[in-house]
Design a protein around this ligand. Sequence first.
Ligand SMILES: *[C@@H]1O[C@H](CO)[C@@H](O)[C@H](O)[C@H]1NC(C)=O
Ligand SMILES: *[C@@H]1O[C@H](CO)[C@@H](O)[C@H](O)[C@H]1NC(C)=O
Length: 219
Amino acid sequence: MKTVFLSLTLTFLLFGFTTGFSLTFSNDEQVLDTNGNPIILGGEYYIFPATVDHHKGGLRLAKTGDSKCPDTILQNVNITGLPVKFTIPNISNGIILIGTKFDIEFTKKPNCVKSSKWLIVYDYEDDQLIFYFGIGDPESKPETSIPGIFYIEKYENAYKIVFCNDDLGGLNCKDVTRKDFKDGESRLVVSPEHLQDPYPVVFVDAPSFESGIAMDVKF
Ligand SMILES: *[C@@H]1O[C@H](CO)[C@@H](O)[C@H](O)[C@H]1NC(C)=O
Ligand SMILES: *[C@@H]1O[C@H](CO)[C@@H](O)[C@H](O)[C@H]1NC(C)=O
């Protein structure tokens, strides 16, 4: 079991993670939502593509592969989808800066998972090992998931999300990107080394979006 996990982890690392991530960031720039307000820990946000229209392109949960549980994250151009919140263990409030490390979780979860925290799930598809973002409790199914932490970087007048896995002692970070899945939807995946193609996103404050007062001052 341990050996299998380790070799899969190594495959994962070879698949695309690079080392050399710097723990220090030269600035302490705030991450802003589309209202121009700082992103706060525990706040609820929709993650939408950084297109002109920040009203759809949200995330939903679905069953994929052999999963009996809707625990795969899909991005769909037509939907508002589910809001997320950013959390840091034992820290209940504060603002998120460029480079701040946090967990991402959906604000709602299906009963079939213990946690709505984002992690990487790995699976076989057409005999190929594939990695995509799903939700779950890393403690409860370590054999098919790789936990990690996230941070945000500026990208193309908007932002990108970066995933870091700290397995094997070093912190290895890769951009979160999209990969076509089916019926026009995409899965969120870690960007493979040969494809530097991050997914540019914005963060939309869920309460103001739902009350119809979300405005776009920034992008
Ligand atoms: C959070 O606090 C609990 C209780 O004080 C402690 O057991 C746990 O290790 C802390 N977790 C982190 C990540 O600091
Ligand atoms: C989005 O809506 C359009 C128009 O109804 C439809 O043709 C398209 O298949 C939908 N795409 C997805 C990913 O649901």
